[in-house]
Ligand binder design. Structure first.
Ligand code: ZN
Length: 191
């Protein structure tokens, strides 16, 4: 396994629509290695997830894991999930404002509307079909990662640009209010 370099905002690979993988490609050693490297890179950078185009591979693979994340301490834990050719679909019209950050957008956070529930369909790393629903804050994390595969960054979805802030100013001015809202979501949805 190896750490991969993370592309940052401005790099064209982040704006590419990532392509689907065939089952044959998924089984290949380079793609299996890519998945291992993405997990290692996400953990090293303390991300809640990472998409393949963030490590310069424009294919439809993303990984998500939340394990007492220091960048997002209010996020409930979520086991390591590897999504290949994922599709998400809203299960409710209800949205909430998520305060997001991104490994590819250093030192910036902002509020983004996200659906409060989504159905996720994908293959796992062995090509087995996954089909499950996620709600609340965790649903926001999945929508963020899926956006990457379509060449979108959270900043594209920030409705009120006055919510954009550095990480230290988030801590100083906005964290308390957002953590209260995050707690209410977790209490309601359990995630
Ligand atoms: Zn991101």
């Amino acid at each position: 396994m190896a750490l991969r370099k993370i592309a940052t905002i401005g790099h064209p690979v982040l704006r590419q629509h990532a392509r689907e993988l065939t089952r044959e490609e998924l089984e290949s050693a380079p793609v299996q290695r890519l998945i291992d490297d993405m997990v290692e890179t996400m953990r090293d950078a303390a991300g809640a997830g990472i998409a393949a185009n963030q490590v310069h591979e424009p294919v439809r693979v993303c990984v998500i894991e939340i394990a007492d994340n220091p960048r997002y301490p209010y996020k409930p834990n979520w086991p390591l999930t590897i999504l290949v050719n994922p599709v998400v679909e809203a299960t409710t019209a209800e949205t909430f404002l998520n305060f997001e950050g991104c490994l590819s957008v250093p030192n910036l956070r902002g509020q983004v509307p996200r659906f409060a529930g989504v159905r996720v369909r994908a293959w796992d790393r062995s090509g087995k079909q996954l089909d499950f629903e996620v709600k609340g804050l965790t649903a926001g994390t999945f929508q963020h990662e899926l956006d990457h595969l379509d060449g979108k960054l959270f900043v594209d979805r920030v409705v009120d640009t006055r919510t954009l802030c550095t990480w230290s100013d988030f801590e100083r001015f906005h964290k308390e209010e957002f953590v209260e809202r995050a707690k209410a979501l977790v209490a309601r949805f359990g995630s």
